[in-house]
Design a protein. Sequence first.
Length: 489
Amino acid sequence: MILENLYTTPKPLFENITFNKGLNIIYAHFNEDKDNSSGTLHAVGKSLLLDFILFALLMDVKYLRRIVNAYNKGILKGSSINLIFSVNNKKYKISRSFDNPQKNIYFGELGHQRDKLSLKKIQSRLFQLLFYRDDFVGVLQENWYNKLIAFFIKVKKREELFTDPINFVHKLTLSLATPFHLSLLNIDNNLPMQNHEITSQISNLISAKNISEKVIRKNSETKSITELLNKKTNLQKKVSNINNIISTYSLSGNYKELELRANYLTASIKKFWFQNSLNYKRIEEIKKLRVTSAKDTFNWSAKVFEIYQDINSLLANSAKKSIEEAVEFRKKLYSSRKGFIKADIEKFKTSITVADEKIAKFEKERQEIFEQLSKLKAFDDLKSAYNQQSKLQNEIFEIDKSLNQLEEINSEIEDLTTDDINLEKDVNQYLSSISNEVNSFRNLITSVFDKLFLDSHNAKIFNISETDSKQKINPTCHFGMLRQAKTTC
């Protein structure tokens, strides 16, 4: 992409800017015919010019404070920014209105009819034009557009000496910055992207778990999950006592038929409650078994290799391939087994849903019997006992549902942690596979740096290495001389 022209319409807010091929320097100077009592060249529009370029390239207005301030003062109202640029010897023009920056945008090849499209649609077209490559084997997503543009056009704050070329956007995590950089270097970024997705999901699940625990503690009026479990135990004891009272209570003959039906419904409801509790326990056990099996499946190979290595290094090398084939077979076996485990979990969840429906139906019928007994002046004590039993059992069920929700989150975290551990084993092989591209770029950037700084002594400028942190892959770029230099223009 080569910038050609920048100007405003319908009236010129500044002189039409024509960019030169190659390096362009934006600078300010004192005008002898005007008052320069401030003695400074700050706030004369150098950074604002870069903001105009970013605005034309569809950067979100909320990141362009100077443009927002100028618009609020009425300076930019009724105007549009126009940028002409070329890509692969074809010239394009984009016009964006300051009044309606989300919709009034025109884009197209110069000399052809331009389309009026929304911000998102033109961002998609610009992404395809500027960043998309048919031969790229890695991950390249359209929603990266703003971040990638920010890498090429960075407006430095006054107090900054030099912007880190790796973490080039505020609050950009290294796990996501790494796939960005590799995509720009045309280097396969699939493994770093997998790592970012796994770490992001784990982080989101941990946040969801913390929020769920907070809500559960608030709703249950407890201070911890342990206290909640103790509360459940006490409720179960109360239910057991009420059951004993009901079992020893007998209605007179006139109400015997209703009593028998109420007892049947109560027994059925208790059976389904027990069935649901058992199914929740089965799901929990299956999930624990899934995580344990996964860890056992993939942790033994390294230990076997170490045993061979201790005995004979030649024997270890010859056995390595057989070990890797066995591990690969176990991975496939584990992968297929996960499908059966998932089917079992779904079967138990379906059974729980069906039981819940029957419980609701039987409780409704039992309530109707209680109402009949009340009309027939049956004993209030028995009705109260049934109502209290139902209330306590529902409270226990809500506690079980909350705890099961937490258990599902914990299970997902454990599954992703297992995937994360497995991904670590592929890091060395991945770094080896991209070493030629990394070395080529390192040599290029080092040669440029040496030309600019003659006393750099072939400093190690760029590297991609393995790290013990959750990022696993760590790109580094050292520009010590530039960090120490203060530049003004």
